[in-house]
Design a protein around this ligand. Structure first.
Ligand SMILES: [Zn+2]
Length: 201
């Protein structure tokens, strides 16, 4: 099962031509991403997602793209540290935020959500006692919370950076023998290796 922080980290992709494609290049793309992932946001914020009607207002939120991109940088820096040593995604290797900066950013973001309180109408429910009403701060806070929960969960041990030459993805290994993020990356690498062997031999 994917999580919000993981989905955000996946918005950097290989463009198929040796470069990096950013799926959050414009405000419109950022708004579309938000709408597409409202279920993952709701996993963190719960029913409050509706209260702040984030998806409906996505395009009108100032700084939506900038703030998502900033917290994404922190999440990817932490992912890079969580994978086997020395094997971060090639998209990040040369431009990683420092651990201290990434921790500060993620913790500060998560702080804005405040703590959870117990409410009891029909049945006991957990509800955030927010420190902000700002929808972007709540969204970025949800990403921060999601990153923290993921990194301290048993799932962290399955986090990998795909080693395919033209891939910059982090993925969760389903099976200890899984090397690539997808069958497409595996096939491409097998073809490349075969070709390299033939041309070098
Ligand atoms: Zn891959």
């Amino acid at each position: 099962m994917t999580t919000l922080a993981f989905a955000l980290a996946a918005t950097i992709k290989h463009d198929g031509h040796g470069g990096i494609a950013d799926l959050l290049s414009t405000q419109e793309e950022a708004a579309a991403w938000l709408i597409e992932h409202d279920q993952l946001i709701a996993q963190v914020l719960g029913a409050d997602l509706g209260r702040f009607v984030l998806p409906n207002r996505a395009e009108t939120l100032p700084n939506l793209r900038e703030d998502l991109v900033r917290i994404r940088g922190a999440v990817r820096a932490l992912f890079a540290r969580a994978v086997a040593p020395g094997e971060p995604s090639t998209a990040d290797a040369a431009r990683l935020m420092s651990l201290q900066d990434a921790l500060r950013m993620v913790n500060r973001a998560a702080d804005r959500l405040g703590t959870t309180h117990l409410e009891w109408a029909d049945e006991p429910v957990k509800r955030w006692a927010y420190r902000t009403e700002d929808p972007i701060e709540l969204l970025v806070g949800a990403v921060g919370r999601s990153a923290i929960d993921f990194l301290v969960s048993p799932d962290r041990a399955r986090l990998r950076a795909c080693p395919a030459a033209r891939c910059v993805k982090y993925f969760l290994q389903d099976d200890p023998r899984q090397t690539w993020c997808s069958p497409a990356c595996g096939n491409r690498e097998r073809v490349n290796r075969h070709y390299r062997k033939r041309t070098s031999g």
